[in-house]
Design a protein around this ligand. Structure first.
Ligand code: S3P
Length: 440
């Protein structure tokens, strides 16, 4: 494995993005395809699977629990489901690397399996809050231990049964919602989750795709434990969170005109499009269709002058992973952009408010972090050297910033781009980004 701290990006200033491309598969859907495919009866065929380190961590975890999985090969994965009770205890702790989704969803999925096992992760994942999942699981009667700080490793102990709960999410988090629903598959009775704001609903959609009955009523979703999943085929759309870097890059770079194909357009994920349009972006949606219960479309985006806005708080959960890129858009916009209600950004793969503010300031941008957001005055981005703190989305956002900077941008600690966007350098380079990857 490559050392994670010694891959750097050197993004040369200027250029434009042009052509057509398809970004890799959706990370959230890829994780869930392995999880539900493994628990299903029958063989699940997945295409468009994201071959990034995060979704591969999930895939390897299920292999370690005895599931026969072929691939991935060109995005194709074949999962021989073992049924709801067919997983085996792994010989060693399950190492989930950098992947919060793997850890939080698996904690729920595994809590009622009667297995004794440990979930571990890298330094970033081991510092992220896990009580948000262990607390509802405790209410269900599970035994999932954290460190004293409420962090991983998570030790899951066998319990005789789980009981259903009616849970109101204290944070708008699809990972917590999914954790409780997946534990609910194994609980006695009907488990319900109510969310304060809509968050991505891929778990709900995919459970239904696997034939599991689910009641959805506004912000509340309920399911009865003890059912089964029936294998199905899954076509994973391109990840809108990866497309986001190009939506921003094209918008800020004069002369750009790019079409992104087969992008997942789930309405719980499209905040990036809504926010960029409010800023003046030129995004054309075409060829709208549905693949396996998820809406998909092609997006043509052309350079347009952006203006600063106050970002509506209801868009925050719908664009939660896109703020590093949106901060770059704001830095290139005319006027002030204000983000509030986004304190969750502080507990992502890095503290995305602080790390982005530090980097933007280094590049000469007036970016002021606040406890729950940022205030950015648009202006000229200069060249310089910034640190991504091992956060994939921060590395890719600063790479796109070079399209508008007046000097080259050097970005440290970029290996984790492989967690969500393998071959970013090649795909972005083919579109016109002047990016070099430096080792050592
Ligand atoms: C995800 C949910 C979000 C998101 C993460 C993926 C998921 O996290 O940031 O990248 O697949 O459920 P939260 O649930 O913590 O907001």
């Amino acid at each position: 494995m490559l050392s994670h701290s010694n891959i750097r990006f050197h993004a040369r200033s200027g250029g434009a993005l042009k052509g057509r491309l398809r970004v890799p598969g959706d990370k959230s859907i890829s994780h869930r395809s392995i999880m539900l495919g493994s628990l299903a009866e029958g063989t699940t065929h997945v295409s468009g699977f994201l071959e990034g380190e995060d979704s591969l961590a999930t895939l390897n975890a299920f292999r370690q629990m005895g599931v026969n999985i072929e691939g991935p090969e060109n995005g194709r994965v074949v999962i021989c489901g073992v049924g709801m009770h067919g997983l085996k205890a792994p010989q060693t702790p399950l190492d989930l690397g950098n992947s919060g989704t793997s850890m939080r969803l698996l904690s729920g999925l595994l809590a009622g399996q009667g297995l004794d096992l440990t979930l571990t992760g890298d330094a970033s994942l081991s510092s992220r809050p896990m009580r948000r999942v262990t607390e509802p699981l405790r209410l269900m009667g599970a035994r999932v231990d954290t460190t004293d700080a409420g962090t991983a490793p998570l030790h899951i102990r066998p319990v005789p049964s789980l009981k259903a709960i009616d849970y109101e999410l204290p944070v708008a988090s699809a990972q917590v919602k999914s954790c409780v629903l997946l534990a609910g598959l194994y609980a006695d009775g009907v488990t319900c989750v109510t969310e304060s704001a809509p968050t991505r609903d891929h778990t709900e959609r995919m459970l239904q795709g696997f034939g599991y009955a689910l009641q959805r009523d506004g912000s509340r979703v309920c399911l009865k434990g003890g059912g089964k999943l029936i294998a199905c085929d899954i076509d994973v759309p391109a990840d809108i969170s990866s497309a986001a870097f190009f939506l921003v890059g094209v918008s800020i770079a004069p002369g750009s005109d790019l079409t992104l194909e087969h992008v997942g357009m789930n309405p719980t994920r499209d905040g990036i499009i809504n926010i960029l349009r409010l800023m003046g972006a030129d995004i054309e949606v075409s060829n709208e269709r549905s693949v396996g219960g998820e809406p998909v479309a092609d997006l043509r985006v052309r350079h347009a002058p952006l203006k600063g806005i106050r970002i509506p708080e209801d868009q925050v959960p719908l664009a939660i992973d896109e703020f590093p890129a949106l901060f770059v858009a704001a830095a290139c916009a005319e006027g002030e952009t204000v983000l509030t209600g986004a304190e969750e950004l502080r507990v992502k793969e890095s503290d995305r408010i602080q790390v982005m503010a530090d980097g933007l300031q280094t590049l000469g941008v007036d970016a002021r972090p606040t406890p729950d957001g940022m205030i950015i005055q648009g202006g000229q981005i200069h060249g310089g050297e910034v640190d991504s703190h091992g956060d994939h989305r921060i590395a890719m956002s600063f790479a796109m910033a070079a399209l508008r900077s007046d000097g080259d941008i050097h970005i440290r600690d970029c290996a984790n781009v492989n967690t969500s966007f393998p071959a970013f350098d090649r795909i972005a380079g083919d579109a016109g980004l002047k990016l070099e990857v430096e080792h050592g």
